[in-house]
Design a protein around this ligand. Structure first.
Ligand SMILES: Nc1nc2c(ncn2[C@@H]2O[C@H](COP(=O)(O)OP(=O)(O)OP(=O)(O)O)[C@@H](O)[C@H]2O)c(=O)[nH]1
Ligand SMILES: [Mg+2]
Length: 281
């Protein structure tokens, strides 16, 4: 079995920084976590990628090509399609090692995850190649600090969960940037509670739009609360304990380490009680 996190989220939500921090955290813990860059328009990231889509195709190529003549967004979708057509390239570059643990640093165009099929086809490929895949959705916490923003971020997360059909973890990134007051305010939303969210929306004054859609907003809030559909885990990359807890959560979701646990129990853990009982007989 191999393991993968598909790291997705809006532009600038901190995907590449997250990948780099998790790989570094892994290295500190003697765990080999590799990162693959799937963003054909990437200009900067801090990790050394195991595979880089830009070696296959770059967005610039599709924009400058006389026939294609794409803009940046169409170009990006084309690049991902091109990657899928050249799946053998990716497969060869990935190699095949038991227990691989790989983060896929994805592009920030949200439509790739909400309704286009390319990423879904990529997921199927990875599953065929023996990967246990989960999606990790990052949302910049600065866009989640009041009720209506939190609700819209939640709906974005929900739409991705439903579309990708993968085990899924939502993260609030950049927690280090929040003031104490903002953090306290956010805490009320973290346990899905439509009253806190709706109360906050009303507290901020109902605009004509909010007034018109108040009952729709209430229904969304209740839906999320009733079914506990979407939960966010706050993440401060600079906090080692926070990183460790998150990685344990994700490892559980993709069942990483389950075999290792069994092995440790079989071969390493001593069970003196049982043996003592035996010798006493
Ligand atoms: N303070 C703080 N800044 C962060 C954090 N994560 C990312 N940033 C900053 O946010 C900006 C965007 O981060 P990236 O990691 O490039 O975001 P991305 O989601 O990969 O962006 P795209 O690939 O363009 O979609 C950079 O300036 C980062 O330094 C964080 O945890 N804390
Ligand atoms: Mg990036």
């Amino acid at each position: 079995m191999r393991f993968a996190q598909l790291v997705v989220g809006p532009a600038g939500s901190g995907k590449s920084t997250y990948c780099s921090a998790v790989a570094q955290y892994g290295a500190d813990m003697n765990r080999n976590i590799e990162v693959i860059n799937l963003d054909p328009a990437a200009e900067h990231f801090d990790y050394t990628p195991l595979v880089d889509i830009r070696e296959l195709i770059q967005v610039q190529d599709t924009m400058e090509d006389e026939e294609l003549h794409f803009g940046p967004n169409g170009g990006l979708v084309f690049c991902i399609e091109y990657l899928l057509e050249n799946a053998d390239w990716l497969r060869t570059r990935l190699g095949e090692h038991e227990d691989d643990y790989i983060l896929f640093d994805c592009p920030g165009q949200i439509e790739l995850y909400t309704h286009l099929t390319a990423i879904k086809r990529l997921i199927t490929l990875l599953q065929d190649w023996n990967f246990n895949v989960c999606s990790v959705f990052l949302m910049d916490v600065q866009f989640m600090t009041d009720g209506s923003k939190f609700l819209s971020g939640t709906m974005a997360a929900l739409s991705i969960m439903v579309n990708l059909e993968l085990p899924h973890v939502n993260i609030l990134s950049k927690m280090d940037l929040l003031s104490k007051t903002a953090r306290r305010r956010l805490e009320r939303f973290l346990e899905p509670d439509s009253h806190a969210i709706l109360g906050d929306i009303e507290l901020n004054g109902l605009s004509a739009f909010n007034l018109k859609y108040k009952s729709l907003t209430e229904s969304f809030g209740k839906l999320i609360e009733d079914y506990s559909l979407v939960r966010f885990i706050p993440l401060n990359l600079k906090n080692h304990e926070n990183m460790g807890d998150l990685l344990i959560t994700i490892d559980n979701v993709i069942q990483y380490g389950e075999d290792q646990d069994i092995k440790t129990k079989d071969f390493e853990e001593e069970e003196p009680d049982v043996f003592e009982n035996l010798t006493n007989e």
